[in-house]
Design a protein around this ligand. Structure first.
Ligand code: P5A
Length: 436
């Protein structure tokens, strides 16, 4: 579905002042660009511009996961405590779990993750080895009562996650599945304009013996990572499980200087933002929650499981951290809320307005997502707004259009400006749409 909008009708509460409590660029810019609004600590409403980006990211993830045969479902956000008592995690999870009672005094909780719910679902629906392997996923809201929510959507209490769960008949098949999802993640992140580094990670509260975090390097990242400098130069074509997993890359808690096989001068240390985390934990939940399927020999067997997360709402912030300048956001095309910001630089002039309206109609009819600044604001304010919002292209309709038939096209990333005729603009943008 393509989406276009006149700014005069859009709900875009741009902030003129820089919010002083926001410490990192993405948090500041998301507030300034009217993408989110804080309801209370670590809990946000998503406004139209933010929601559009969130959905674009969700769509890239959904397309990626579906392309390897994963099945999307939705599970409840509110879970019964008894499933967690069965797995043995109810007491361990601690204060990060938001607990509540229903009207019958039954213990409930707001799901911080869904290993228990999916294991319960699977034991009800998957009965035979013939139905394996299977990968189920959802994209949904989670709640973790983080001790220090900060950096806006980066470490929130309520956040949007893609969580997937795999079921295999044996360890060999489970490792194949893990590998397939690892590589699928590299593609998904590439499709958002990000180069993720998979680092060996601790399995923490989820449990298990094999785990990778997907990190992007950013000075404002909360994690410290160590990795072989070869990660920076390896070509996209060679970014697969076997090659990358043979290179050293570890999260802080997994790194030890003495045991690191990469020589010091080839080892890089950097701050990273964790955008995904995958786990292979074998029979941990299938055993504790007594989930069996009938194996080929007719005997019951506990399936091998893994879980696979992507921080969908965190990615909105992470992409901004990797793509901004002093003036605002610079969206990669694949996640941009609008492809073009169209600016009527002289809204009081009838001829300029007519040309702007015409171009808006033509572009949107061709399926291009345009945010049309048709408001009465002065041109300078419009340019500043367009820069903050960060559409990849800006088209300015001013005197040069009415007098010479020329429209100014600005590339938001390079800041290059060119003057194009109406048909050159249509050619440039419609050729792109067709090529998609
Ligand atoms: C994997 C899927 C899990 O929860 N269970 C289901 C496993 N993994 S995880 O690492 O704990 O979380 C997955 C990703 O979610 C993002 N994330 C967050 N985003 C915003 N605010 C938070 N407080 C938050 N906590 C986790 C991260 O991107 C993480 O990799």
């Amino acid at each position: 579905m393509i989406f276009y909008m006149r700014l005069s009708r859009y709900f875009l509460p741009i902030l003129k002042e820089t919010p002083h409590d926001a410490q990192i660029a993405s948090h500041r810019l998301m507030l300034r660009a009217g993408m989110i609004h804080q309801t209370t600590s670590g809990i946000y409403s998503w406004l139209p511009l933010g929601l559009k980006v969130l959905k674009n990211i969700e769509n890239i993830i959904e397309d990626g996961q579906n392309s390897i045969g994963c099945n999307r479902i939705t599970m409840p956000t509110i879970q019964p405590a008894h499933l967690w008592q069965e797995s043995g995690r109810y007491d361990d999870y601690g204060k990060e779990m938001l607990r509540m009672k229903d009207r019958h005094d039954r213990d409930m909780l707001y799901g911080p993750t869904h290993e228990e719910v999916i294991t319960d679902l699977a034991r009800g629906c998957i009965k035979s080895y013939k139905h394996l392997p299977q990968i189920l996923y959802q994209i949904h809201w989670k709640f973790r009562d983080e001790i220090r929510p900060r950096f806006g959507v980066m470490r929130a209490r309520e956040f949007y996650m893609k969580d997937g769960y795999s079921f295999d008949i044996d360890a060999k098949s489970a490792r194949e599945t893990y590998k397939k999802i690892y590589e699928n993640y590299l593609t998904i992140f590439k499709n958002m304009g990000l180069k993720a580094i998979p680092v060996k990670a601790d399995t923490g509260a989820i449990g298990g013996d094999l785990s990778h975090e997907f990190q992007i390097v950013a000075p404002t990242g909360e994690s410290t990572i160590y990795y072989d400098e070869a990660f920076d130069t390896i070509s996209d074509a060679n970014r697969n499980f076997d090659t990358l997993n043979n290179l050293y890359a570890a999260a802080d808690e997994m790194h030890s200087e003495e045991n690191c096989p990469t020589p010091k001068d080839k080892l890089k240390s950097a701050r990273g933002i964790e955008i995904g985390h995958i786990f292979y934990f074998g029979k941990k939940y299938s055993q504790s929650m007594n989930f069996t399927v009938i194996g080929q020999d007719g005997k019951p067997i506990h399936p091998e499981m893994g879980s696979y997360g992507i921080g969908v709402s965190r990615l909105v912030g992470a992409i901004i951290e990797a793509n901004h300048d002093d003036n605002g956001i610079i969206w990669p095309e694949s996640v941009a809320p609008f492809h073009i910001s169209l600016i009527n630089a002289k809204p009081s002039d009838e001829a300029t307005t007519k040309l702007s309206d015409d171009l808006y109609a033509k572009l949107t009819h061709s399926g291009i997502e345009v945010l049309y600044d048709d408001t009465a604001s002065r041109a300078g304010a419009k340019f500043a707004t367009a820069d903050i919002i960060g559409s990849p292209y800006h088209i300015i309709v001013g005197r040069d259009a009415t007098e010479n038939g020329l429209y100014e096209l600005k590339d938001r990333r390079t800041k290059d400006r060119t003057s194009l005729t109406f048909s050159q603009i249509m050619e440039k943008f419609t050729a792109k749409t067709v090529a998609k």
